[in-house]
Every structure is written in structure tokens, then in C-alpha cells.
Write a protein of this length. Structure first.
Length: 177
């Protein structure tokens, strides 16, 4: 394995290399290779509420539900922009979740041409209880950081996901059809 990015013996602040106590790229990769499966495992072990287990929710549904839960009711186009997918993709997901009784669509009172999507009152408590643990953990992890540091964490995770998608031959919206 390459030693590129590793601190050199005797290096430190002011010496032409990273500080001796700073991890090099390889050390950071090793730490993340250990950490990422743990994080994914914990996320997978979050029990799906009994009333939602039979609904076969996919990861894409969780992102959509998270936005609706934390940001409130919104339009399909707004959800599409936030999820970085086509409005037709969101419209299909909303239709599917509406048929399952998770979401509802209603007219926008200020513009009757627009439809507002929201989580149904009957499903909101179980969805909130389910997704709140992850949000609380992220708040604890990101809270002490500066805004610039938080953006770096988010940007790094996005870059990782994009590199994995590229390596798998995927486009921005997921696996090839």
C-alpha cells in the first residue's frame, strides 16, 4: 500500500508535511472502512414500526419522508429539487405512498393548480419516532462543528457517494434502468 498522505517520521507543524498527530489519507481511509459498515449496520437495525413493516419502504422513501417530516408539507417539484431527482420520479413515489396511506395530496389553498404533499396524521407519529433517532444523532455529531466544518462533512459524504456511484456505473439518479 502507498505511503502517500501518511505523516512522515519527525514531521510536524512548520515542517513540509502534515503534523505527526494528523492522520494521513490512508489512515483516514482505514478508519472509515471500519466505521462505515458500523454506521450502515446501525441504520439497518433501526426497527421499522410495526404498522410500516408491510409497506416495503426503500431508502429513497426514507429521504422523501424525512424531508416531509422535518420541513413540513410541500410540493412534488420542491421535493424533487431537494432529493435531486426528476419530478416524475417523486410523483411516482408520492402516488405509491399515497396508495399505502402514508402520504396525502391536497390542493394548495393559495394556488389551486398546485398539490401539496404531506404525511398523513395517522402515520406521522410512527414515522417521527422512527426517523427522529437518526436526526438526533446527526445533530449531536454536527452540532459542535462550525458551519464550514459541517459543509465539509456533508460535501465529503456526497463526494464518497458520487465516487461509489461512478465506480458502479450509475448516473446521478441511481442505478441504470
Amino acid at each position: 500500500m502507498s505511503t502517500e498522505g501518511r505523516p512522515r517520521q519527525g514531521s510536524g507543524p512548520g515542517v513540509d508535511g502534515p503534523a505527526a498527530d494528523e492522520p494521513g489519507v490512508d489512515e483516514a481511509v482505514r478508519a472509515l472502512l471500519l466505521l462505515m459498515p458500523r454506521m450502515v449496520g446501525r441504520a439497518k437495525r433501526m426497527p421499522v414500526p410495526d404498522e410500516l413493516q408491510s409497506l416495503a419502504l426503500a431508502p429513497r422513501h426514507l429521504s422523501l419522508l424525512s424531508y416531509l417530516l422535518f420541513d413540513g408539507p410541500t410540493t412534488v417539484n420542491d421535493l424533487a429539487a431537494r432529493l435531486e431527482v426528476a419530478p416524475t420520479t417523486v410523483s411516482l413515489m408520492v402516488g405509491e405512498l399515497s396508495r399505502k396511506g402514508i402520504l396525502e395530496r391536497r390542493e394548495d389553498e393559495s394556488d389551486r393548480r398546485r398539490r401539496i404533499v404531506s404525511i398523513t396524521d395517522s402515520k406521522r407519529p410512527s414515522i417521527a419516532g422512527w426517523l427522529a433517532r437518526g436526526a438526533t444523532a446527526w445533530r449531536q455529531a454536527l452540532g459542535p462543528l462550525t458551519p464550514v466544518q459541517r459543509q465539509m462533512v456533508v460535501g465529503t459524504l456526497r463526494a464518497y457517494e458520487a465516487a461509489m456511484a461512478e465506480a458502479e456505473g450509475e448516473g446521478e439518479d441511481g442505478p441504470p434502468a
